[in-house]
Design a protein around this ligand. Structure first.
Ligand SMILES: Nc1nc2c(ncn2[C@@H]2O[C@H](COP(=O)(O)OP(=O)(O)OP(=O)(O)O)[C@@H](O)[C@H]2O)c(=O)[nH]1
Ligand SMILES: [Mg+2]
Length: 226
């Protein structure tokens, strides 16, 4: 399928927090099941319509949270347009590890200011991590935040919207180079691989900005699926 922009996104976080479940649900609206731990890395794609009816293709790289696959996972942190950092709301360790994941990711993406959305999973189960702790973390690390029950029936196609809006505002609108975005010209070449360019220069200027969540208002705009 043709596209105007290709965004490469990486999913990371502790083992067992629900990264692969998230990718299955986001792409296929799959029913939650007991997953095998990811071996190394997994891959998925999704097509969405962005601002100005632009077709956006998303490449999702779902990395393993296990320590023995860490170097493989890290090799997927670069050349991305955005990051999805997942933790388990029922497991405080996975929340307290978030700063380590962020500093590891930032050390690979120095000066690029790649947007990160943090997703708290398992909201169907009792949690002991307070909204206050989460608010403090979100403000301190300047990340987007949302939370989800991946076992709920509802479709979660919209869940990455704050991240996608931020990528659009930060890189496409400003025409700032981002190695995780490719721009397609829809030229006469029939195969999409042949039409990809390494620039994210848009054909049209962006005229109707859509809202996206900032560190200040994020906690009031949590999208919860229960
Ligand atoms: N109750 C509940 N269980 C969940 C939810 N999300 C994921 N799970 C379960 O959590 C377990 C681990 O999920 P995975 O998606 O394999 O976790 P992962 O982060 O990919 O783990 P690694 O691949 O080892 O890094 C699975 O048995 C899922 O069914 C949720 O929102 N609620
Ligand atoms: Mg996995």
């Amino acid at each position: 399928m043709n596209y105007d922009y290709l965004y490469r996104l990486v999913i990371f976080g502790d083992s067992g927090v629900g990264k692969s479940s998230f990718m299955d649900k986001y792409i296929h609206n799959s029913v939650l099941k007991t997953q095998m731990p990811t071996i190394g890395v997994d891959f998925g794609t999704k097509h969405i319509i962005g601002p100005n009816d632009k077709k956006i293709k998303i490449h999702l790289w779902d990395t393993s949270g296990q320590a023995n696959f860490r170097s493989i996972a890290r090799s997927y942190y670069s050349n991305v347009a955005g990051a999805i950092l997942v933790f388990d709301k029922t497991n405080p360790n996975t929340f307290h590890n978030l700063p380590n994941w962020i500093s590891d990711f930032d050390s690979i993406n120095r000066n690029l200011d790649i947007p990160i959305i943090v997703i708290g999973t398992k909201t169907d189960l009792p949690t002991i991590i307070s909204d206050k702790e989460i608010t403090r973390f979100v403000n301190q690390y300047n990340v987007l935040y949302t939370e989800v029950n991946l076992g709920a029936k509802e479709d979660i196609s919209y869940i990455l919207q704050p991240l996608l809006d931020k990528i659009w505002e930060q890189f496409i609108v400003t025409n700032k180079m981002c190695p995780g975005i490719k721009f397609c010209t829809h030229g006469s070449l029939p195969r999409e691989e042949n039409t990809e360019q390494t620039t994210n220069t848009p054909t049209n200027s962006y005229s109707a900005p859509r809202s996206f969540l900032t560190k200040k208002n994020i906690i009031n705009n949590i999208c919860t699926i229960s």
